[in-house]
Design a protein around this ligand. Sequence first.
Ligand SMILES: *[C@@H]1O[C@H](CO)[C@@H](O)[C@H](O)[C@H]1NC(C)=O
Ligand SMILES: *[C@@H]1O[C@H](CO)[C@@H](O)[C@H](O)[C@H]1NC(C)=O
Ligand SMILES: *[C@@H]1O[C@H](CO)[C@@H](O)[C@H](O)[C@H]1NC(C)=O
Length: 500
Amino acid sequence: MLGSFASLVGALGLFMAASVNAQEGPCGGTVYSTGNFIVTNYGADYTVLTMFGVNQNQDSEDYLLYCGDTSPQEQDLLDMGVSKNVKMFKVPVANVLVSGTFTSSYVELAGGQKNIGVLEDPKNIVSPCLQERFKNGSIVPLDSTIFNQYDSVNVGFRENKNPAQIKDVWVPMSVEVAPLLRVQYINAVALFFNSGSQALITYNTIIGTYNQLKLDMSRIPQANKMRIGWVKYDFVHQSWTLRNTEFTRGIIIDAGGIPFPLVGDGVGSNPDISPSDFKILMTNADIIIDQTEFPADGKGNYTSLFGRWRALAGFTGVDFVPRVLDLKKIYSLDNTVNLVGISDYQYRMPSRPDLLLRDVIAVQYPEYNKGYRTRFLNGNFQYGGAPDFTLGPDNCTITPMQYNSGDITTSTPDPSFTGLPTPPPPVVGGGIYGIGGPTQGDGTSGSGKSKTTTVVIAVVCVAAVLGAAFAFAFYKWSRRAKEDRFIELEEEMNNEIPLS
Ligand SMILES: *[C@@H]1O[C@H](CO)[C@@H](O)[C@H](O)[C@H]1NC(C)=O
Ligand SMILES: *[C@@H]1O[C@H](CO)[C@@H](O)[C@H](O)[C@H]1NC(C)=O
Ligand SMILES: *[C@@H]1O[C@H](CO)[C@@H](O)[C@H](O)[C@H]1NC(C)=O
């Protein structure tokens, strides 16, 4: 089975590389409208793309793409029913600005990797070839103080809508949506590289793989499904929160798992969990996915990092060790990092839910796809080991690593798979993190006394870390603020600093 997973990879990568810009058919390539955007072709010369906000957000912006040498005349625009102020782009575009670094993943999957010239936060990039291009000067950092930087690019893909900037294309984002929804943007972005038809193959492969895996997992009997808690320690509020978004719930359910809260819902997408509820959650979880962003993360030393995690979780002693801790089923989300320890999961999550789904399946059922190495979920976290994949600029050409357009894989159906033969141990404890009850969980106990211990431990940890490495901490805090912004629904728009 392992072989079949890998088989399409090489071929697809080559195909994509060879056929970009060798487009026939409509301008931009053949791409179908989705809930997130509408594509209207006018012969082979013009294509109008209307981009909407993700997930039924009806805010929109039009882009006119033209493939001939001259931009359309006023009459052409009238015929197409678009405003004469529509943003126009000659495709394929040559030089691209990417802001909202997650967007670079769409651009790479759309075949535009070599066209990225300006990138926000190059230090956060994990993609080896983008790192290489940054190292040799082919990519420069986005810098609003460089007056002519914007002049040099043909298009800027940004997470915020920016009507005043005529080269800006809005690639909206939100982490609160169903897992497959944001993959669609690969197709919209590909139109600008005239690679829409190839991107459609990539898109269909990602979606097809995801749905195939989901189908295999759907045969697991309900009683035998594993309970998966996706949690995050919030250093600002000094509490544990549950990641309970459509995205996290969706992935867990599609991977054949059961997300927390176990009963009811309506707790919101990032509810605080009281220490007592957290204990119940930990007691009942078969798998924990931890998204804690450690300040000054000290990831040079994973032994002490996991010690800190245990302290925050309130399980330092030996008197009570939850099964999930005992069996070492706690995973952080940084199994693929760059040389300064930045994980790529934020950036690839919107475009590659198939990889995360594979990961969530693999940590539950190592036998299902034997030999698979998780991309995002880091099992070494709990053993004090380093991430499996550390990627630097050399991993583009010198010691190549399959990444993005290179690691699109297919999945072979396995109809005989039905999970583990026996159910996990019964659920214990009350509230929505346990067996459920008449009240909306034990949540009300959250403001109570037992919180104090965790808070004290957390404060001591944070203080120690800040004291030890203030400069690095400061750098990490500012990075964290950015990531938090990623986490919290990005609906603030039109607030970018104009570039020219
Ligand atoms: C930088 O590296 C890329 C390969 O990633 C190569 O195509 C490009 O020509 C290099 N540019 C310079 C200026 O060396
Ligand atoms: C890492 O942390 C552990 C536990 O705190 C400690 O024993 C060890 O000496 C540390 N290693 C390094 C290289 O700092
Ligand atoms: C990345 O490149 C380094 C050498 O620079 C190599 O040691 C490492 O194995 C490569 N990583 C992967 C995942 O291929």
